[in-house]
Design a binder for this molecule. Structure first.
Ligand code: TRP
Length: 341
């Protein structure tokens, strides 16, 4: 039986952090053994907000190095740069003719990002979900491992795939999102109500995968905690419905720190509670810093050993591998819409 295909990607912008690793890449490393896997550095998505050319050039290589140093194996998975396969932009254009403006206006991520953008919102940002749909649909992707915040984008991908299939005949596979417990949201260290973000204003929001040991200790020391002294893991209260905001009773800041500890050390939250029974926040934070540093050390050794040249070769080989799939699918699409090949 042939393996199911997964596709996922990360934008080369901002500093990749523990949330990206624990919420995404760590799962990909496991999934690549059981799935036919494609992991993309989505540079076309990154320029939907203004970017500095020199910086983005560096970031593209950096993201690829992070994939590799985290354990994505180019023998098992294809790693490539989105703009190396122009079919993504081409399919995006065709899907643009099927999407409704009102559907894109409903996207939460668009609403959030455009609220921050006082100088006027670019068309690219508005069209972001359609490009993401093209990424996924080009490769007959069955499963898309993503964070919870991307569910709405997967939903519109499914809508567009169904709409195309209905209008032009069976063409696209309808993808399913895949979210694991480990895909849980890692929240900001300075604000446990919001997801850890690589575009956060303060560097105290996240621990970058490239942070020094000193920075890790400093940031964890400064991380906000809840009132009280006990190391206690509080579970989410049940949500009334999807639309209701996530109310965190209990200790959201501590819960987030325990989650990080738990995911990096493979200890259950309850074991961590026991480990720190009768001890205070300071000691817990020291322990957490140790766990984080122990994780980052070997990761950074691998990262630093990779040269730009070898990474670029891997990315080019990845593009070679996926390009025929993209080309074939796009040809099928073009034929169906009536273009002459
Ligand atoms: N929008 C995704 C994110 O911000 C990144 C992304 C772009 C993606 N294209 C994709 C994820 C295709 C999965 C599949 O996390």
């Amino acid at each position: 039986m042939s393996k199911q295909r997964i596709f996922s990607g990360i934008q080369p912008s901002g500093n990749l952090h523990l949330g990206n690793y624990l919420g995404a890449i760590k799962n990909w490393v496991k999934l690549q053994n059981d799935f036919d896997s494609i992991f993309c550095v989505v540079d076309l998505h990154a320029i939907t907000v203004p970017q500095d050319p020199e910086k983005i050039r560096k970031k593209i290589i950096e993201v690829a190095k992070i994939y590799l140093a985290c354990g994505i194996d180019p023998k098992k998975s294809a790693i490539f740069i989105q703009s190396h396969v122009p079919e993504h932009a081409e399919l995006c254009w065709i899907l643009n003719t099927l999407v409704k403006i009102s559907e894109l206006e409903r996207m939460t991520q668009f609403k959030d990002k455009s609220a921050k953008n006082k100088e006027g919102v670019g068309m690219g940002l508005f069209d972001y979900p359609v490009l993401m749909a093209a990424d996924i649909l080009l490769y007959d992707t069955q499963v898309v491992p993503v964070g919870e915040d991307q569910l709405q984008h997967i939903e519109i991908t499914r809508t567009l795939a169904n709409r195309f299939n209905k209008k032009f005949g069976e063409t696209f596979v309808i993808p399913e999102p895949f979210i694991t417990r480990e895909g849980m949201r890692i929240m900001g260290l300075d604000d446990p109500a919001k997801k850890m973000s690589k575009s956060a204003e303060s560097e105290y929001n996240y621990i970058a995968l490239t942070d020094s040991e000193e920075a890790v200790r400093r940031k964890i020391k400064k991380a906000v905690t809840d009132s009280g002294t006990e190391i206690k893991y509080t579970d989410d209260p049940p949500r009334v419905d999807e639309a209701s905001p996530r109310v965190e009773a209990g200790k959201p800041a501590l819960k987030n720190l325990i989650n990080i500890y738990s995911l990096l050390s493979d200890k259950k939250p309850q074991e961590i509670e026991e480990l720190y029974a009768g001890k205070g926040y300071a000691e817990f934070k020291e322990g957490l810093a140790e766990v984080v540093v122990d994780f980052l050390r070997p990761f950074q050794e691998k990262y630093n050993a990779l040269t730009d040249e070898e990474v670029l070769k891997i990315l080019q080989a990845g593009a070679e591998k996926v390009r025929p799939l993209a080309r074939k699918k796009l040809e099928e699409v073009k034929k169906k819409v009536g273009f002459i090949l």
